[in-house]
Design a protein around this ligand. Structure first.
Ligand SMILES: Nc1ncnc2c1ncn2[C@@H]1O[C@H](COP(=O)(O)OP(=O)(O)OP(=O)(O)O)[C@@H](O)[C@H]1O
Ligand SMILES: [Mg+2]
Length: 601
């Protein structure tokens, strides 16, 4: 409860004026509603004893006033409270979105995107329903129930007390059935989430499913999950049916009591219990019943609201490890010189370090190649430059300033990063390129970027040119096209430092050669760090480092020197050249040409 109060204070308090009006309207609306009943009951009593035209006119006028008052207050009650709750919902969703965007990769690596989406949607909705409409209905019940009970008791204490019995029965039934209802509705929600997760994963990975001809198995798994959902829905249906039966049974029983005792009294002693009083009993009972049912509904909502508030709070209070420093150092004209000093890095929860003892100097304007077996830490090394993760040991420096001392905007504004997984947004093609720029790009600038990324001819062949809508995650493009588009996106900000994470692997060697030449010549004095599996990608770099499986530098030097002194580099180069020769591709590296051609014959 304390947590819910905290949320109320934090998010609803700023709308207190509207809320005050809304909550003030509740007793006024309920008062007008009861007044209508009292007026009609009085008129019925009067009508059965005497007819007075003046009285009728007066009652009609009063009824009109009460009805208008009731409608107006009810409108403002809902308008103020429900609208505020919707505003709070948007505010909370935005806060969560902002928080999720600022949280570091250490968090995102460990959380499932489905879980994150559910916090953004259903948890916020649970909280809104409880703190908005939930509180509104509770306040309504708190007003109408005592007023009605007092009025009924004053009219006829015996009848009032007798009809309380079925009501208590209903309360008991709700209390007993609520846990069952709650349990089954949770099970339905979870199995429904599983159904959509299955469908999403199946269609997200449709290429793999079809490639391995696993459609039938997948359909069976979907059927199994759907069946589970069906069973849960049936159980929920049963629990709901029982609850409805109990509520309506109690409702009908109450009327039975009123009609039996009240009707008999009205017939036997019409002077003491006139027909107007009978109406008062029937109508006030109706007015009490629904708020009581609403209270049961709100009581069921409470545990869900608390659980949602806890989950939201946990996320909002999470601190990001990667944030702007309090005393950021300025970097007005970055040159792009990079230095790694004794850098080591271990992923959270990992048993061994991904990088160890990395000492590197990358002068401004030079190109560094990073190679090594798979899992040796190439991507990790690149991700430390832009602080996607912070080094757990040592320091990474840009222009001799530790990257942790720089504003994130300044640091990341200096970098163009092309990740290994070449992700594209499902938007028009040119939007993906513009995404990288910090300002609006002209058509001509986009055209130049496409030229630099060697994409001009292929984009011209797309159905709508650069306006073509890209499929989800870029599936409508070939792997090589995706990679080159990601390069164009990184170039869009004309970065001082370009980080290329194995982003030329799906490009043929000819295009790769042209692209690398273009990248070097286009950015005057641009520093390039390129990680690759294919050694031709790095062969012209000023320096190449070979990482070993343990994440440390095994060898360093230029292409020519590494061929001489790094066993891994030489073996890999020779093997790649042989494969290239077998594929009939253009061979590079005069030293191996004869040998490779020999291998081909
Ligand atoms: N998010 C992560 N959480 C935990 N461990 C990770 C994470 N990402 C990578 N690793 C581990 O860190 C090590 C280095 O991974 P990294 O991706 O940097 O290697 P890589 O050299 O880029 O590999 P590849 O050549 O396959 O791209 C690996 O052992 C990997 O399993
Ligand atoms: Mg990698």
């Amino acid at each position: 409860m304390a947590l819910l109060l905290k949320f109320f204070r934090r998010y609803f308090w700023s709308h207190r004026a509207a809320l005050l009006v809304g909550f003030l309207c509740i007793p006024l609306a309920q008062g007008a509603d009861v007044w209508i009943t009292v007026l009609i009951a009085g008129a019925l009593n009067q009508a059965s004893s005497a007819s007075d035209a003046d009285y009728v006119g007066q009652v009609v006028l009063l009824l009109l006033v009460a009805a208008v008052g009731h409608s107006v207050f009810r409108f403002f009650q809902r308008w103020c409270i429900v609208v505020v709750s919707r505003r709070v919902e948007i505010e909370l969703k935005q806060r969560l979105f902002d928080k999720l965007s600022t949280l570091d990769f250490a968090f995102h690596d460990q959380s499932r995107s489905g879980d994150v989406v559910s916090r953004l949607t259903s948890d916020v909705e649970n909280l809104r329903m409880f703190l908005g409409p939930g509180l509104m209905y509770t306040a309504g019940a708190v007003v109408i129930v005592p007023i009605s009970l007092v009025l009924l008791y004053r009219e006829n204490p015996t009848l009032a007390l007798t009809m309380i019995l079925p009501m208590l029965g209903m309360g008991l039934a709700m209390k007993l059935l609520s846990p069952r209802l709650h349990k089954h509705s949770l099970a339905v929600q979870e199995s429904l989430a599983e159904v959509s997760h299955r469908a999403q994963e199946n269609f997200g990975g449709i290429r793999i499913v079809k490639g391995y001809h696993r459609e039938e198995e997948q359909a069976l798994r979907f059927e199994h999950t759907s069946n589970e959902n069906k069973e849960n829905q049936i159980e929920l249906g049963k629990a709901r049916g029982l609850t409805h039966a109990a509520v309506h049974g109690a409702f009908d029983l109450t009327f039975l009591v009123i009609l039996l005792l009240g009707g008999l009294a009205a017939i036997q002693a019409p002077a003491r219990f006139p027909v107007g009083d009978l109406f008062l009993f029937i109508d006030l009972t109706l007015k009490v019943f629904w708020p009581l049912i609403a209270l049961g509904w709100i009581a069921g909502m409470y545990p869900r609201a608390v659980a949602s508030a806890q989950r939201i709070e946990e996320l909002l209070s999470r601190e990001t490890q990667i944030a702007d420093p309090t005393d950021a150092r300025p970097l007005p004209t970055p040159t792009g010189a990079l230095r790694f000093e004794g850098v080591g890095f271990t992923y959270a929860g990992a048993s061994r370090a991904a990088l160890a003892q990395i000492d590197l100097e990358v002068p401004a304007g030079s190109t560094l190649g990073v190679v090594g077996p798979t899992g040796s830490g190439k991507s990790t090394l690149l991700s430390l430059v832009g602080r996607l993760y912070d080094a757990t040991e040592g320091e990474v420096r840009l222009d001799d300033i530790p990257v942790t001392d720089l504003d994130l905007d300044t640091l990341r504004g200096t970098l163009g990063y092309v990740p290994q997984d070449s992700f594209l947004f499902s938007e028009p093609y040119h939007e993906n390129v513009r995404f990288g720029a910090d300002r609006e790009l002209s058509e001509a600038e986009v055209t130049t970027l496409l030229e630099r990324a060697e994409m001009t001819d292929e984009v011209a062949e797309f159905p709508d040119g650069s306006d073509t809508l890209i499929g989800e995650r870029g599936v409508t493009l070939s792997g090589g096209q995706r990679q080159r588009t990601c390069i164009a996106r990184a170039l869009a900000r004309d970065p001082r430092v370009l980080l290329l994470d194995d982003c030329l692997s799906a490009v043929d060697t000819e295009t790769e050669k042209a692209l690398l030449g273009e990248l070097r010549s286009s950015g005057e004095g641009r520093t390039v760090v390129v990680a690759a599996h294919r050694l031709t990608t790095v062969s012209e770099a000023d320096e190449i480092v070979v990482l070993c499986q343990a994440g440390s530098i095994e060898a360093r030097g230029t292409h020519a020197s590494l061929l001489g002194h790094s066993g891994w580099y030489r073996d890999t180069w020779e093997q790649q050249q042989r494969v290239a020769a077998l594929r009939g591709e253009d061979l590079r590296g005069e030293d191996l040409r004869g040998e490779d051609l020999g291998a081909r014959q």
